[in-house]
Ligand binder design. Structure first.
Ligand code: NAP
Length: 479
């Protein structure tokens, strides 16, 4: 902790907030304050904006190979410092160290991936159909970007945006979540060390998100917003972006169905459920939120899942052998408690868990609910906690209809041993991603994102860089 930056990173310099404000960062495992960091206000936002705008032209002209090599160096530094970064992430976010190490590798991979994409930005040339004009097509950076990230993957949600922005030649302001700013500040220090020019990345940590971001979006000098967070906030930011017609990429909430057919391999289904539900203590947009299990295997699936969930060790993420850390804060835990209470009131049976432990920290036990009523609030609310809610179904049409009966469409999981059925059901699900007999879809080489109210655009994969590029077409008469 002692070497971790705690100031704003603007124009390549570490600065206090202009009004001297600071804010605490808490350890969710103990409730204690880890440290205080700079708390930016509108003045600091203007300074960051100026830095990003000033740096844009030169950065856009920087050779793609040079941009690529900065990302590659940063990738290597991150991997070298895996342990240090994992400890920092666990301290501010709570996830067990093993998961934090996994996130460091995942986060670093976005830099490696986009270091490879930076040198593959292509254009085109040709004669137009009328034969009178040539077309020269080039791809240019969209311009200064505002990147807003959530707390659940403190490092990876940043690198998934910063990687393609650097590769494309965009400058940026990153506003991380106030619960987990330290990973982003450490990342800024690494990028500086890797040779990123001053002003290309600016990090403003703040407890005053609206005051800092709204003028940036409405002002029109930021040309792009890339946001990851809840659908409610996404909607608000879309409205703010409309004024200056700012381009947007939105990675929003989910309400993933997890469907287990009668011909599923139940070992695979339970393994998949553990991943899809328990990665990040259930605090993931990809978390399975509604388990639809064919009535003929529901009891067996519930029994096996409850056994595995009940065997998980809950405790501070830094302790050896811990599988499940604390939830992010008391508000997050309170929401999970209320959703479980509501489901139980409507007739759900608790197979395991369901009771908040005494003591400090925001712990909540792995919980399996069965006989969940479709009217329960957790059916149309992201649980964002370690609670698996099981409902039963009878046939394909019914389960597809119920799975799609939600405004969200990020990811779905399908477990069946039948190839035809696997493809048929996957194609009928209104989602951006499907895990077929697997509980994990995230990969830097794949396009991540959702349909409906789960978002706009994709991050990662070959298309991830497109979000940060514009086409320019030159018409040149054929001489
Ligand atoms: P959130 O409340 O929407 O916050 C996300 C970020 O937006 C935070 O940095 C937050 O800062 C900021 N923010 C909130 N109001 C703002 C405003 N008026 N102007 C500018 N920024 C504002 O979401 P969260 O609770 O941190 O994260 C959980 C949500 O993220 C879940 O819905 C989850 O599904 C979603 N998520 C989606 C993906 C994906 O790829 N689709 C990935 C991870 C998470 P403050 O906290 O200071 O307001």
């Amino acid at each position: 902790m002692t070497d971790t930056p705690t100031q704003l990173f603007i124009g390549g310099a570490w600065l206090d907030a202009a009004d001297g404000a600071t804010m605490p960062v808490d350890d969710p495992a103990t409730g204690e304050i880890l440290c205080h960091i700079a708390d930016a206000g509108p003045k600091d936002a203007r300074l960051a904006e100026e830095a990003a705008v000033q740096a844009q032209e030169e950065w856009a002209r920087t050779a793609p190979r040079a941009r690529s090599e900065i990302l590659r160096r940063a990738y290597e530094i991150i991997l070298d410092r895996t342990d240090e970064l994992a400890h920092l992430m666990t301290a501010e976010m709570g996830k067990p160290l093993s998961e934090a190490r996994g996130e460091v590798a995942y986060a670093a991979e976005f830099f490696r991936w986009f270091s490879e994409e930076a040198v593959r930005i292509d254009g085109g040339a040709g004669i137009l159909p009328d034969g009178r004009n040539r077309m020269l097509l080039s791809r240019r950076p969209v311009g200064p970007c505002l990147l807003i990230t959530p707390w659940n993957f403190p490092l990876a949600m940043g690198t998934r945006k910063i990687g393609p922005a650097i590769a494309a030649g965009c400058t940026m302001i990153l506003k991380p979540a106030p619960q987990t700013p330290l990973s982003s500040l450490a990342l800024a220090a690494i990028l500086k060390e890797a040779g990123l020019p001053d002003g290309v990345l600016n990090v403003v940590t703040t407890s005053r998100a609206g005051e800092v971001c709204e003028p940036l979006l409405r002002g029109g000098r930021m040309r792009k917003l890339s946001f990851t967070g809840s659908t409610a906030v996404g909607r608000l930011l879309l409205a703010q972006s409309a004024e200056a017609v700012v381009r947007t990429s939105m990675e929003l909430g989910g309400n993933a169905p997890f469907i287990v057919f009668e011909d599923a391999d139940l070992d695979k289904a339970v393994d998949g459920a553990m991943l899809a539900k328990m990665r990040n203590m259930g605090e993931a947009c990809t978390a399975a939120n509604r388990f639809f299990v064919h009535h003929s295997v529901a009891e067996e699936f519930g029994r096996r899942l409850a056994e595995r969930m009940g065997g998980l060790v809950v405790g501070p993420g830094t302790r050896d052998g811990v599988d499940v850390g604390p939830l992010i804060d008391r508000t997050g835990r309170g929401k999970v408690e209320a959703l479980v209470a509501d489901a139980v009131e409507r007739g759900a049976r608790v197979l395991v868990g369901g009771r908040t432990p005494e003591g400090p920290g925001c712990f909540y036990p792995p919980t399996v609910l069965t006989d969940v009523s479709p009217e329960s609030r957790l059916m149309d609310t992201e649980i964002f906690g370690p609670v698996a809610a099981i409902l039963t179904f009878d046939d394909e049409d019914e389960v597809v209809r119920r799975a799609n009966d939600t405004p969200w469409g990020l990811v779905g999981y399908v477990f069946t041993e039948g190839l035809d059925r696997a493809l048929r059901i996957s194609e009928r699900l209104e989602v951006g991603m499907v895990g077929l007999n697997t509980g994990l879809v995230s990969n830097p080489a794949a396009p991540f994102g959702g349909v409906k109210q789960s978002g706009l655009g994709r991050e990662g994969g070959r298309v991830g860089i497109d979000e940060f590029l514009e086409y320019q077409y030159l018409a040149v008469p054929v001489g």
